[in-house]
Design a protein around this ligand. Structure first.
Ligand code: AMP
Length: 289
């Protein structure tokens, strides 16, 4: 059973089904508390914890969910080996004052009769959408379900997954969802590598090479700011990544930061986004320009 006065205790409440979740949230609401929400796939790191800390500054209580969403993985992707560490995740969430962890099973999220998909165009087109065609349908469907289950006032997402953040903001606006979607800057290692649960896949050597990705993004961004030859800079970045040991560079592209449409000379608010393989690991990163 959920603990009804969680907000006054340090203990993290564990919620495993929708009934327990709703009862806990109803308890918060009865006490006039605002609810923040941080959806994750677990294997938590400082990036996720920054989202929880930020949500705590915006709301009275914070719920984090951990669910490795099968619908956003293609059959050949890493769903099976995605790191799962529920006990450690719970400890970390408790350490930053998170109030509740929601751990729905796949049977709760997708019972056999499940037949609906949320599809977003606009910012979902191209970039990740081109290389992972199932991805944003899976993300939008699970996030809408989680929003409806938790019914938070505020939901906090990382700019690490910048296109995902724009997709979620778009459907929250288009579908009139009563939730404020907030983005938080990417948390990085001291050498610049964006924190990611998938960094655990990297060998020691790959981990060293991985820092090249943000270095090349910064180099292209410098060229853009200095009004240099951006196309040449993008090509140079791809070549340098490949020489450094990266496998295919899926994309490095300059986009309109709000719509994610390809940037042109008139675009004032720019975002540079990249995805590249390092061994068997696919890394993504992005920066404001
Ligand atoms: P994930 O568990 O990878 O699905 O991510 C859950 C949330 O954490 C998403 O909103 C991500 O954008 C965010 N996130 C992941 N890595 C970072 C990071 N390095 N900095 C900030 N937010 C992050």
């Amino acid at each position: 059973m959920p603990v009804s006065d969680a907000a006054t205790h340090d203990r993290l409440v564990h919620l495993r089904d929708i009934a327990d979740l709703r009862q806990t949230v109803a308890g918060y609401r009865k006490r006039g508390l605002t609810v923040g929400f941080v959806p994750t796939m677990g294997a938590l790191h400082e990036g996720h914890l920054a989202l929880v800390r930020h949500a705590k500054t915006l709301c009275d209580v914070v719920i984090a969910s951990v669910f490795v969403n099968p619908k956003q993985f293609a059959p050949h992707e890493d769903f099976g080996r995605y790191p799962r560490q529920e006990a450690q995740d719970a400890q970390l969430l408790e350490s930053v004052g998170c109030d509740a962890i929601y751990l729905p099973g796949a049977d709760i999220m997708y019972p056999p009769i499940f037949a609906s998909t949320v599809h977003v165009d606009g910012p979902a087109l191209g970039l990740e959408g081109a290389f992972r065609p199932q991805f944003f349908d899976g993300v939008a469907t699970v996030v809408l379900k989680l929003f409806n289950q938790v019914q938070p006032d505020v939901a906090v997402f990382g700019e690490k997954d910048y296109q995902q953040l724009q997709v979620i903001k778009t459907f929250a606006r288009d579908l009139d969802l009563p939730v404020q979607v907030v983005g938080l800057p990417t948390v990085r290692e001291a050498d610049g590598l964006a924190l990611s649960s998938r960094n655990a896949y990297l060998s020691a050597e790959e981990r060293q090479t991985a820092t090249r990705l943000i270095a090349e993004l910064n180099a292209v961004a410098d060229t853009v700011r200095q009004k240099g030859d951006v196309e040449a800079a993008l090509e140079t970045a791809k070549t340098r990544l490949t020489s450094a040991g990266f496998g295919p560079v899926d994309y490095i592209e300059l986009r309109d930061a709000d719509t994610l449409a390809p940037a042109d000379a008139q675009t004032t608010h720019l975002r540079l986004l990249a995805a590249a393989w390092l061994g068997k690991t696919r890394l993504i990163d992005n920066i404001a320009v």
